[in-house]
Design a protein around this ligand. Structure first.
Ligand code: FAD
Length: 439
């Protein structure tokens, strides 16, 4: 436990945050120093980390650095990325480095600094149960604290297909464990499964290994028809603005699901710089070093099953999506499952779940990300990064972190701060600049 004492009688807070990833850190930053809203944020990790076991060399942030914890809503806040640079005396160096994309490790270090510098954030304490009797009673593995409101920001957990679960271990692992597990792949046949950024980074890392470190063969399997880039263009980024989030939220559930699926590559595609690096590496292998049979590119295919072979390896049964009668058998020694993440379970809320409205397996939230429940209106359970169905793709990434946290703080303070100017685009027929078109 860092910073926060560990008394068994934990005190009372206006807001208790469960989890201290970027989502709740943003809220912690906005509440910092507000004596009327005493807050405490607890995270079960021994110390701050941010997907550290996936930090391959060269990994970069997929969003603008302005999408830090606070800048888009409170640019003078002391927990901004600029403030981090300033405090470390590296403002000029950062400018002169002219990063086209900010190294992910530097953003991680910024987040760690923000967590460390905020005395209301503590690590090494797991929230086990939340009950309610007029206040929230939060039981951790160390103590009980009470709070008027809670903010759940427990993020996501790795996901692999059901048939892969029994094989997980040293030879088959989720990409979230890549740095610690992918060390011993020299001379082996490796399959990377998953066509998003994480799969691309793992594939690039493996094909870039030289000399004795080199795997014998690396294949990259994806259900997508090709290795598609993230769409980071101007108008597409308007999907990641507050106004679109509110428009999306008001649509019927079936329409929201349709849009999230149609817009998936605005969030889950691969950075163009990563794709280019992969292509250039393949060129080097095939035409400069003239090495035969080093890689396999297998998009537009689904893995149906995994079997262990008599020789100690594995066989992946792969189905081509356009030619489903053509199964392929992929012999490998190791598999990196880059098959994504799912919303983390929130078992600690079990005693409250029959009081909460749900929609398609998600807790329903109101406009301020507070769960809709039968409790008193001034006692709220705010949900961060847990309502992708209701708020769409931005809910799980960094883009709207600061704005979402601002909605929560406004609710706590009984205030209203203006949202940023509307998008140039009129999303809705009902609201927007052009409702009347009196030109
Ligand atoms: C490798 C990777 C790179 C990414 N890069 C980007 C990017 O460039 N741009 C972008 O917009 N998005 C990116 N994302 C997506 C997203 O921004 C991150 O997943 C982000 O970490 C989500 O923040 P969070 O706070 O919701 O969850 P998390 O970061 O997962 O934090 C949740 C925290 O809750 C804690 N916790 C869980 N249960 C408990 C409990 N019971 N008690 C106490 N603590 C608990 C966990 O220990 C954890 O620290 C990336 C995701 C990954 C996997």
């Amino acid at each position: 436990m860092t910073g926060l004492g560990s008394d068994e009688c934990g005190g009372h807070y206006r807001l208790l945050g469960i989890g201290a990833g970027p989502a709740n850190l943003s809220l912690a930053a906005l509440l910092h120093g507000d004596r009327e809203q005493p807050s405490l944020f607890l995270d079960r990790k021994p110390s701050f980390s941010w997907h550290d076991d996936q930090l391959v060399t060269g990994a970069t942030l997929q969003v603008s650095i302005f999408k830090d914890l606070v800048s888009l809503t409170d640019p003078t806040n002391r927990f901004s990325f600029l403030s981090y640079l300033h405090e470390h005396g590296r403002m000029y160096h950062f400018l002169n480095a002219q990063f086209a994309e900010v190294p992910r490790t530097e953003f991680r270090n910024y987040l760690a600094w923000a967590a460390r510098s905020n005395e209301n954030v503590g690590f090494g304490e797991t929230v086990q149960q939340v009950d309610f009797d007029g206040v929230f009673r939060v039981t951790t593995d160390r103590r009980q604290v009470t709070a008027d409101n809670i903010a759940v920001g427990v993020g996501t957990v790795p996901w692999v297909p059901e048939f892969a679960v029994p094989h997980l271990g040293p030879d088959q692992f989720h990409v979230s464990q890549y740095m610690s597990r992918a060390k011993n792949l020299a001379g082996r046949r490796v399959a990377v499964v998953g066509g998003g950024q994480s799969g691309a980074e793992a594939f690039l890392d493996l094909i870039s290994r030289r000399g004795p470190e080199r795997p014998a063969w690396v294949s990259w399997v994806s259900r997508r028809r090709n290795y598609f880039p993230i769409d980071d263009s101007t108008f597409t980024n308007d999907f990641y603005m507050p106004g679109y989030s509110d428009y999306f939220y008001r649509l019927p559930g079936t329409k929201r699901a349709e849009l999230s699926s149609a817009h998936l590559l605005t969030s889950d595609g691969i950075s163009e710089s990563t794709l280019r690096a992969i292509y250039q590496e393949l060129y080097r292998i095939q035409f400069i070093e003239r090495e035969e049979n080093r890689f396999g590119l297998l998009p537009n295919r689904s893995i149906l099953s995994v079997d262990r072979t008599a020789g100690g390896g594995f066989e992946l049964i792969v189905r081509h999506n356009d030619e489903p009668d053509q199964s392929q058998f992929l012999p490998v020694d190791a598999v990196v499952w880059a098959t994504g993440f799912r919303s983390a379970p929130k078992d600690f809320l079990a005693s409250l779940m029959d009081r909460v409205e749900t929609e398609d397996g998600e807790m329903r939230v109101d406009e301020d990300f507070a769960a809709v429940w039968d409790g008193p209106p001034d006692r709220n359970m705010f949900l961060q990064n847990a309502v992708r169905g209701q708020r769409g793709l931005p809910d799980v990434n960094l883009s709207l972190n600061a704005w979402r946290a601002q909605r929560v703080t406004n609710r706590l303070r009984g205030r209203n701060t203006p949202d940023p100017a509307m998008s140039f685009i009129d999303w809705s027929a009902k609201i927007g600049r052009g409702t009347q078109w009196t030109l």
